[in-house]
Design a protein around this ligand. Structure first.
Ligand code: DC
Length: 234
């Protein structure tokens, strides 16, 4: 697809483990346009709050957020995220940051700042595949294409375990059964609840989004379905 032909904004929203990150990256690659991981932005603000020791102070978190310089190194795939010039791509994936990301995501002023920044990034990029929880509902209500990805919670928990498992001999070593599966499943259900109950920018299916249940789909099948929809409706 010719990226210079016309501007194209594609949003992908959905819960943790729905496959949206991998699908968004691959879709962006196949369309030849940049990919934006908005979850990384919330994670970076939460990381900063933890480092500053202000995680319990929403007013200071919002103030800090206005002063932070959040940037992406687009020469990498996926793009690295820079916090005041420091590469925090690995730091924001630490479990203690994942657990605390709600201090950024639940803060209406942080959401406002980040939504503004996301629109600016889209403006500069021209075309974008952007993924998160509120991209099709709040940030880009006029996006050209909107997708909402789901998968049943057990499958999402299995994917999460596979993600956390070091790859040995080409496959995950942990079987992801029993107590571990139950544990991760509980965490996923809690995160769903928190994401859906948020007063501002909650996880929600945009009314005009195409919903894809990826439970029984490979990433390639998911992205093929998206490409087909885009090609048929452009
Ligand atoms: O997609 P992720 O797991 O990296 O997102 C981290 C957290 O940020 C997640 O709990 C929900 C929140 N988030 C959000 O509220 N809005 C977005 N657009 C993206 C992520």
């Amino acid at each position: 697809m010719d990226k210079n032909k016309e501007k194209l904004i594609v949003t992908i929203d959905g819960p943790a483990g729905s496959g949206k990150s991998t699908a968004a990256l691959l879709l962006a690659e196949r369309l030849g346009i940049p990919h934006l991981d908005t979850g990384a932005m919330y994670r970076a603000v939460a990381l900063d709050a933890l480092e500053q020791g202000i995680q319990d102070d929403p007013t200071r978190i919002a103030q800090r957020c206005r002063q932070l310089v959040l940037d992406f190194d687009w020469t990498k795939t996926p793009a690295d995220i820079l916090l005041n010039g420091r590469n925090v791509a690995a730091a924001i994936r630490q479990p203690q940051v994942t657990e605390m990301t709600y201090v950024a995501a639940d803060n209406p002023l942080v959401r406002q700042e980040l939504a503004t920044l996301q629109r600016l990034i889209a403006q500069k990029a021209g075309s974008l595949v952007t993924e998160g929880r509120d991209q099709g509902t709040v940030v880009f209500p006029h996006a050209n294409f909107k997708f909402y990805l789901t998968a049943n919670p057990e499958e999402r928990a299995r994917r999460r375990i596979a993600q956390l498992t070091p790859q040995k001999g080409g496959g995950g070593e942990r079987e992801g059964g029993g107590a571990e599966l139950q544990n991760v499943l509980q965490q996923i259900l809690q995160r769903d609840q928190r994401d859906q109950a948020r007063a501002v920018g909650p996880l929600a299916r945009p009314h005009d989004a195409i919903e894809l249940d990826t439970t029984h789909l490979t990433i390639e099948q998911t992205v093929d379905a998206m490409i087909q929809h885009i090609q048929n409706n452009r």
